[in-house]
Ligand binder design. Structure first.
Ligand SMILES: Nc1ncnc2c1ncn2[C@@H]1O[C@H](COP(=O)(O)OP(=O)(O)OP(=O)(O)O)[C@@H](O)[C@H]1O
Ligand SMILES: O=P(O)(O)OC[C@@]1(O)O[C@H](CO)[C@@H](O)[C@@H]1O
Length: 308
């Protein structure tokens, strides 16, 4: 089974306006709302790909129904620990005149120690060979080394953990040597030093992490495509020229494809192809709405993978 963990779910509120004028009243032209949070997004894409998963994590009691109704309508399994407070609303601002996209992510609820222990217990009961996705920011009250603790709890069971985090959560998390990580270039900068304008230097940074014991590193580089680095191989996926509707969830869509590929024992090349198609499809989709499987299949045919 694939488990996704979302410690800090979010309602993604995408607002469209002509341009943002600081210090003035700005009028919104259009709003869309989606149920989001990185792990939840991964489970949404897995559903589209035809794969079952279970969403774990924390869910604030105040607006819990909005999330539960969405997940149940979409037939996505969930088993959250309910905590006091409200799930955050993250603003995704799209300025139509300049096509600038800005994210303003809220802090979210605070979690008590008892709830953290309940989650750790729930995760410790996972089965051998499960695939576990740990992604997104850590709410207040939860320590920065939570992902490290979770990985240490389940690693001996042969569970394969994919970690997609930023800052201290990533720095701490990689100490437990997850099976795979999916940093973007900015996140990678937090853990290794390299020249982001030089592809060879980015590859070397990925290799350094593989040599430290992380088996696979997928580095997403936005409009420049992505690199998939293992002990045996360095694969590069060319980007496609796309109409960018929203990059929100592009990384999560790649992570979903990786989880799918790991569970189905796909070759790395196939995983990267599917991940790139899912990432591209997310970019072509408004907000963090559910992707379309036919579009993913069509895009997959256009992805070129080169060995480096
Ligand atoms: N502007 C773009 N044009 C074409 N493809 C893109 C673009 N932005 C993203 N992608 C595709 O989506 C993948 C993931 O994007 P990105 O590197 O921005 O992930 P991310 O920063 O983790 O995203 P997020 O945190 O918003 O989910 C890229 O590797 C690429 O395949
Ligand atoms: O604040 P975090 O947890 O880092 O990121 C949260 C978030 O930006 O990630 C998803 C896109 O990847 C969105 O659905 C959500 O709003």
């Amino acid at each position: 089974m694939i488990y996704t963990v979302t410690l800090n779910p979010a309602i993604d509120k995408t607002i469209f306006l002509d341009s943002m004028r600081k210090g003035e009243v700005n009028r919104i032209k259009k709003v869309i709302k989606d149920v989001g949070g990185k792990g939840i997004n991964v489970s949404k894409v897995l559903k589209v790909l035809g794969k079952e998963s279970i969403v774990l994590g924390f869910l604030g009691s105040d607006n819990k129904k909005y999330f539960v109704d969405f997940l149940e309508d979409a037939n996505i399994n969930h088993d959250f620990i309910t905590v006091d407070g409200e799930n955050r609303t993250n603003l995704k601002i799209i300025e139509l005149d300049s096509d600038i996209h800005t994210d303003i992510n809220d802090i979210g609820f605070s979690v008590d120690e008892e709830s953290v222990n309940l989650l750790l217990n729930r995760i410790s009961s996972l089965d051998e060979d499960d695939v576990v996705v740990l992604s997104g920011s850590i709410p207040s009250g939860v320590s920065d080394d939570i992902y490290r603790k979770i990985i240490e709890t389940i690693k001996h069971k042969n569970a394969k953990v994919i970690l997609d985090a930023d800052g201290k959560a990533l720095i701490e998390g990689i100490k437990a040597k997850p099976y795979m990580i999916k940093p973007n270039v900015h996140e990678l900068k937090n853990i290794v030093d390299f020249d982001e304008n030089n592809m060879d230097s980015i590859v070397e940074a990925g290799k350094k992490l593989v040599n430290q014991g992380i088996e696979k590193v997928l580095i997403s580089m936005g409009e420049l495509g992505s690199l998939y680095i293992t002990k045996k191989d360095v694969l590069y996926a060319n980007p496609l020229k796309l109409e960018v509707k929203s990059t929100v969830g592009a990384g999560d869509s790649m992570v979903a494809a990786i989880a799918y590929g790991i569970e189905d024992d796909l070759f790395d090349l196939e995983i990267l192809k599917l991940a790139s198609a899912c990432g591209a499809c997310a970019v072509m989709t408004e907000g963090s709405k559910m992707l379309n499987k036919d579009i993913i299949e069509t895009i997959k045919q256009q992805i070129n993978i080169n060995r480096r």
